[in-house]
Each structure stands twice: as C-alpha cells, then as structure tokens.
Design a protein around this ligand. Structure first.
Ligand SMILES: Cc1cc2nc3c(=O)[nH]c(=O)nc-3n(C[C@H](O)[C@H](O)[C@H](O)COP(=O)(O)O)c2cc1C
Ligand SMILES: *[C@@H]1O[C@H](CO)[C@@H](O)[C@H](O)[C@H]1NC(C)=O
Ligand SMILES: *[C@@H]1O[C@H](CO)[C@@H](O)[C@H](O)[C@H]1NC(C)=O
Ligand SMILES: *[C@@H]1O[C@H](CO)[C@@H](O)[C@H](O)[C@H]1NC(C)=O
Ligand SMILES: *[C@@H]1O[C@H](CO)[C@@H](O)[C@H](O)[C@H]1NC(C)=O
Ligand SMILES: *[C@@H]1O[C@H](CO)[C@@H](O)[C@H](O)[C@H]1NC(C)=O
Length: 434
C-alpha cells in the first residue's frame, strides 16, 4: 500500500470506533482495515466508504444525502412512478409539514461521555430483540420502482435483522416475500377488506407465511386527493400492479369464480380480479372501533398495531381497545392535505400513552439525525419509507442496503456524538424546541 494512502487512511480512521489502549500500530490498522464482521458497528459504514474511495477510487453507489438521492432517482424513474412515490395529497402541504416538524427540534450535544467503542442501539419490540429500533414501512407496488421490488427490500431488512412490513398493496405475494426475507421478523399490513371472508383469508395466509405482527392501516379506507396521480391519470392497481395478494388469494378465487393466475385466464379476468382487490380493500367505507374485536378474534393474541394515528384521543382509544401498538403516521402526507406534520403529533401522544402501548412513528424521516429526534421524543421505533424506495429505484437490493446502512450509520454516530451509549440515554433533554 502506498504511503500516501496509509496516511490518508490513518487520518480517516482515527475516529473509528476501536479501542486504542495498549494496541500495537499493526493491530490498530488491522482492526480498522479488516474488521471482524461481528465487530463492525453501524457507524463504521463511513470508514468502508472512505476506504473504498481511497483504494479503489470507488465512490458510494448512491448519495448519502436524501435530497441528492431523490434527485438521482427522479432522473431514472418514469415520471408516473416518481410522482406516485414523491407526491402527496392536494397542495402537498402535509408532505412539507412532515419535514418542517423536524426542523422545529434541534439536538443539544453532550461531550466526553463513555460512549465508545460500541453503542447499544438494541431494543425489544413485541417480544423480539432487535439490533435497532428501525422497521420498513409498509409500501405497496414496489415493482414500479425496480423489477426486484419487495423481494429486494425484504431481503435486505432480513439481512440486517430488522422487521419488514408487507403491504396489502404489495406487487409480490406473501410466500415470495417470506422466502426473500428468510428466518427474520416480518409484519403484515392490512388494508381491511369489506368482506370478512377475504379478511380471514389474508390473515390466514399471513400467519402461514410467518408474519408475526398485524399492522392495520386505518387512515386509508379511501384514497386521498393525490393531485400528481390524478393529473397523470395514474393508478397502478387498475394496471394490475400492487394487487398480488388479491390475485393469489384462494377465497378471492372462489368469490370470482376463477383463478386469474391460471395459465388459461383471460386478460379480462385478470383485470376484473385486480379491480376486485382494489374495491374490496379501499371501497370508501371506514372500519369503526368496535370492528377491532373481530380482528382480535381472528389474529389471536399476536400483536396488533394501528397505523395512521395522529390524535391523542385515538391513541387513548387504541389502548382501550386492547391494541398492542400504534404507529403515528399521516401516510407520508398522502391522505389529508393541510394536516399537521406527523412529528407534531408525537410529544402529546407519548405523554398520554407511553408505556401502555408500543409507539411507532413515520413521516419525513430523511436522516439518522431524524431517527435520533423521534427516539428522543419518546417513540419506541421508527419506520422508513421514501428513502428506502429511492435506494431501490436506483440500485435494487444494493441501493436498499446502501440507504439503510447509511441511515443506521448516521443514527449510531448521532447517538454517540450526543453523549449517549444506549437508547435509554436518548431522551428529550437532548433536544431544544426552536
Ligand atoms: C409509494 C408509497 C406507497 C405506500 N404504500 C403504503 C401501503 O401500501 N400501506 C400503508 O400502510 N402505507 C403506505 N405508504 C405510507 C408509508 O407506510 C409511510 O407511512 C410513509 O411513507 C411515511 O412517510 P415518508 O416515506 O415520507 O417518511 C406508502 C408510501 C409511499 C411513499
Ligand atoms: C467496498 O468495496 C467492496 C469490494 O468492491 C464491496 O464489496 C463493498 O460493498 C464496498 N463497500 C462500500 C461501503 O461501498
Ligand atoms: C442493550 O440495551 C438493552 C436495553 O436498552 C439491554 O436490555 C441489553 O442488555 C443491552 N445489551 C448489551 C449488550 O449491553
Ligand atoms: C381454465 O381451465 C379450468 C380448468 O381446466 C376451467 O375450469 C376454466 O373454465 C378455464 N377457464 C377459461 C377462461 O377457459
Ligand atoms: C363494522 O361494524 C359495523 C357495524 O357494527 C358493520 O356494519 C361493518 O360491516 C363492520 N365493518 C367491518 C370491516 O367489519
Ligand atoms: C435523559 O437521559 C440522560 C442521559 O442521556 C439522563 O441522565 C437523564 O436522567 C434522562 N432524563 C430523563 C428525564 O429521563
């Protein structure tokens, strides 16, 4: 190795998370340049990037900055797909509010704490120990963004031991996603069908394929006023993308009187089955609170989580109705234009129900520092949406891995640089409201 590289590398890696006490120079270099994978921390992803850049002249496969990541995905994707993911309801004021809410909080760093060499970001969610409080948000129609779609995201979240949530609007079926995900935690997100037979059938398939937690999305029983999609007349489900669960479901076949995936099925039958799935899962009739007793009967005592909570009243009701968790979310600003930013809802809900129910959060997380703010404000876990999709769009599985590792690395660094060793140290005393 050329001397100049060594000098650069030593400079770059001096901040790496390794113990320096009584270590020979050779040991120090080995532990940084060739770490045992078991010792590799999330934050060491930056060392890997600098190392590759210096030795192989190879920069990261996609930007580590969200805005630049999205800009490159936009260049690559068809306008319909890009707008479907980037867009929100109406004037997209809620999409913007989700971001603005993060800017209302700033982190107060604390220094010279005993936080190295390795932070402990692990947590327990619904009886599972996880390496970090990070979950894949349910995102439908992923083959719009890359042909490998849900398989790629489910594979990478599985590799990292972080839960993958399969959407009812998935373009890949229960079994195929389970196979890609392997022996790792996975959740199923329900768009609650208007027909109980279908609901029972979906829940049965979810259980059979090892999905452990039921996430019930309660804010999208009808589609919001999505101006970008309306202007393009773009609705992927009518085109047969994002209806795979309906196409594969045995109960749906019975109701339709045919199997749309049979080799002799006609194009009209496939179209009809696709429409049937869309209409039964978002026909414009909201489920009501007392309906939850049915889901509890069918799902049993496994965890049920309501996604799409923004009000304290609803959070308290979720506790009363025996739910195991809530996800504070406004669907990424895709449902009500002019609604509050999701992070604005968090502090009061934490105040009301923390400890009584598991609290998840999504909406506007674009960096590891954002994850830190959400955990500091009292959420038990976060969900990642659009950043992961842009990674998928750009590079499939590799892009998802890069974006996920980047977010985890920055989160890990932010925890450490703020003087925290584990999640229990990350609380709102480290934040200042602007
Ligand atoms: C393209 C796209 C598809 C989505 N599909 C679903 C879905 O099928 N089910 C669901 O509950 N939420 C869905 N969501 C909402 C996400 O689960 C999550 O609430 C949202 O993406 C969070 O906002 P963020 O991505 O801006 O951080 C979708 C979001 C996007 C961007
Ligand atoms: C570094 O390069 C190696 C070999 O090309 C590759 O396997 C690895 O994924 C790269 N890591 C990063 C962070 O780019
Ligand atoms: C990490 O922290 C969790 C609680 O936050 C604790 O239960 C666990 O034992 C810790 N792990 C280690 C290795 O210290
Ligand atoms: C397809 O084949 C099945 C079984 O052979 C039959 O019942 C069905 O009617 C056929 N469908 C069409 C559209 O021909
Ligand atoms: C919810 O309950 C109401 C009345 O009790 C019923 O009319 C409706 O069909 C139920 N909806 C679902 C999805 O179970
Ligand atoms: C917040 O966390 C710090 C450690 O980072 C701890 O010293 C402090 O007691 C905690 N405060 C509260 C209110 O929990």
């Amino acid at each position: 190795m050329k001397l100049q590289y060594l000098v650069i590398l030593c400079t770059v890696f001096s901040a790496a998370s390794i113990s320096v006490a009584a270590q020979s120079a050779q040991e120090l270099l080995d532990s940084v340049l060739n770490p045992d994978p078991a010792d590799a921390t999330y934050s060491s992803y930056s060392s890997q990037i600098y190392y590759n850049a210096t030795l192989y002249n190879q920069t990261p496969i996609a930007s580590t900055n969200f805005d630049r990541l999205e800009a490159s995905a936009k260049l690559l994707l068809p306008a319909t797909a890009y707008n479907y993911a980037a867009g929100g309801a109406g004037l997209e004021k809620t999409v913007a509010a989700n971001r603005e809410a993060f800017d209302l909080w700033r982190i107060i760093p604390q220094v010279m704490h005993d936080v190295s060499p390795q932070r402990n970001l692990s947590t327990s969610l619904f009886g599972r120990r996880l390496p970090a409080p990070v979950v894949m948000a349910p995102v439908g129609v992923q083959t719009l963004f890359h042909p490998t779609g849900e398989r790629a995201t489910a594979k990478v979240f599985g590799e990292m031991g972080l839960p993958y949530t399969l959407s009812t609007a998935t373009s890949t079926g229960f079994a195929d996603v389970a196979k890609a995900n392997g022996n790792n935690p996975r959740w199923y997100q329900l768009y609650w069908p208007s027909d109980d037979d279908l609901t029972r059938s979906y829940l049965r398939s979810a259980k059979q394929n090892g999905y452990e937690v039921l996430v019930v999305t309660v804010d999208t029983w009808d589609l919001g006023w999505r101006t970008r999609d309306l202007d393009q007349g773009f609705f992927p489900f009518i085109r047969g993308i994002g209806v795979q669960i309906g196409l594969e479901d045995a109960c749906a076949h019975e109701k339709l009187g045919f199997n749309p995936l049979a080799p002799n099925a006609t194009a009209e039958q496939q179209q009809m089955a696709a429409l049937y799935h869309v209409i039964t899962t978002s026909r414009g009739i909201s489920p009501v609170w007392r309906n939850l007793t049915k889901l509890r009967d069918w799902w049993g005592d496994r965890p049920i989580v309501l996604k799409g909570i923004q009000s304290v009243v609803d959070a308290v009701k979720a506790v009363e109705y025996g739910m195991d968790g809530i996800i504070i979310s406004n669907h990424g600003g895709r449902q009500i234009d002019g609604a509050i930013g999701s992070l604005e809802a968090l502090p009061a809900i934490v105040e009301a129900v923390k400890g009584k129910i598991t609290i998840g959060f999504d909406g506007g997380i674009r960096s590891g520092a954002d994850i830190f703010k959400v955990i500091a404000l009292g959420a038990d876990f976060v969900q990642l949406g659009r950043p992961i999709l842009w990674g998928l769009a750009l590079q499939g599985e590799k892009g998802v891995r890069h974006v996920l590792k980047s977010l985890l690395a920055e989160f890990d660094l932010t925890v450490g640089l703020s003087g925290c060793h584990e999640l229990g140290d990350v609380n709102s005393t480290l934040l200042k409201a602007r």
